[in-house]
Design a protein around this ligand. Sequence first.
Ligand code: SF4
Length: 63
Amino acid sequence: MKVIVDPEKCLGCGVCEADCPDVFQLGDDAIAKVLLDPVPDKYRDDVMQAVEDCPEEAISVQD
Ligand code: SF4
C-alpha cells in the first residue's frame, strides 16, 4: 500500500510516529515523513491506527 502525509495538514504532533515508528518519522521541518514506499502489508493495522489517531486527518492510504 501507499501511505501519504499531507504536509499542508500535518502539525508535527508525532502521534503517527508513536503508533508506527517503522513507517512514520518526524522530519527536521516537524512534518511527518513516510519512510517506506510501498509500505509492507504487515504494517497495515498500525498505519490504520495512525490514520485514526491523526488529529488533522493528514494521513491517507492507497491500496
Ligand atoms: S499524527 Fe498527523 S498531524 Fe501528527 S505528525 Fe502524524 S501526520 Fe502529522
